[in-house]
Write a protein that binds this ligand. Sequence first.
Ligand code: UDX
Length: 453
Amino acid sequence: MRVERKQSVVLVPFLLQGHLTPMLQLGSILHSQGFSVIVAHTQHNAPNYTNHPQFVFHSMDDGLQGIDMSFPSLENIYDLNENCKAPLRNYLVSMMEEEEEEEGDQLACIVYDNVMLFVDDVATQLRLPSIVLRTYSAAYLHSMLTILQQPEKYFPFEDSQLLDPLPELHPLRFKDIPITTVNNTVQAPLLEFSRSMCDVGSSVATIWNTMQDLENSLLLRLQEHYKVPFFPIGPFHKMVPVASSTSILQEDNSCIDWLDRQAPDSVLYVSLGSLVRIDDKELIETAWGLANSEQPFLWVIRPGSVYGFQCAEALPDGYEEMVGERGRIVKWAPQKQVLAHPAVAGFFTHCGWNSTLESILEEVPLICRPFLADQPVNARYLSQIYKAGFELEAIERTVIDKTIRKLMLSEEGKDVKKRVVDMKQNIVAAMQIDGTSHKNLNDLVDFISALPS
Ligand code: UDX
């Protein structure tokens, strides 16, 4: 009797934490649906294999040894794309040969992060179906697409226009345009890269870490543009059957003991994610804002996240002794566990999409301090449309102090908390058996299973 062969999916993540995490989560989701999962990753930021014994890992020579990829430049990203092309191609060819000999699983498709542009070329050459993973919100892609269709309408702009609204992109203003500018204009190479990233090339579908229940109208508009099937199956971190750590940096679990000693609903969690860097002036304003607010806080100061400093040594002398037990500073936290802790009442965040979803799903309202890429878009939607948080209006200690008190102590803060609870309930509904994410996942499984091999 012929034994039915399993179908396998090859995942190609981009090396940054905010991209690697959702791809590994997607891998766990697909594995729970019966696929075997192979993760073809770069040497930089290789995932911790022992946390994912259910996956097969393949390390691709990214050719960037000795280069600091903590904040990759456009050139680094293009180099990475070029260097990984042959390693991925060779690996897939060997898989296909094994398949011919009926030794391996049947390769169903490749799912790739949209920064790993080269995968589309490799898949096309080998006549393998590919699917793009969007790790961010539909709101972000919608704004990118609108801007890319007519960049001359947006760039260059004047400083005096920063707060002017962009009616076709409500609630965004010039200030929230999610493409990095130099002197308020966009550089041609970045525009070209952004176009490629937003494109689907010859891929047959897109998978999204978002939910129809949250972003349906934007998803529909985008789908009209892209034509290929969309599978919004978020929130990934709650759709995974068993959560395992996807952290690149070592998590400092001692902060959980500290949280255990705090009163329920009393702590502000402060973290600006895995990528952004601030100057020492911002660090100091934040430090005094936190201290003056008189609220307990847990603050992640990631090594290398303050320009010119290793870590927290840019803080005012004696700062940690001064705040004492009321404040705790760590280099990297087990964020999902922190947000789920009953002591945590608010999140001062850069509004990365993973952090946003993690916060909402734990009913934690936000203070939004966005920097780049999708973050300003997420921040505007959170503060203006979903009303799940407050935007930080200036990086000044008095404003920070006032905003923290508003979130943690005021009636307005209570309203924001209610909105977050409502949002969470909507998202949880999407995950139920008859919910949209659940249904879309079933459709995705059928779709992949039916792809021509
Ligand atoms: C950025 C973007 O803003 C994001 O939206 C995009 O899709 C990827 O690049 P990043 O700065 O990494 O991402 O932010 P975010 O998307 O929030 O991801 C950070 C991840 O690191 C989260 O999953 C968070 O739980 C984790 N984290 C952060 C920790 O585990 N510990 C910490 O101390 C801080």
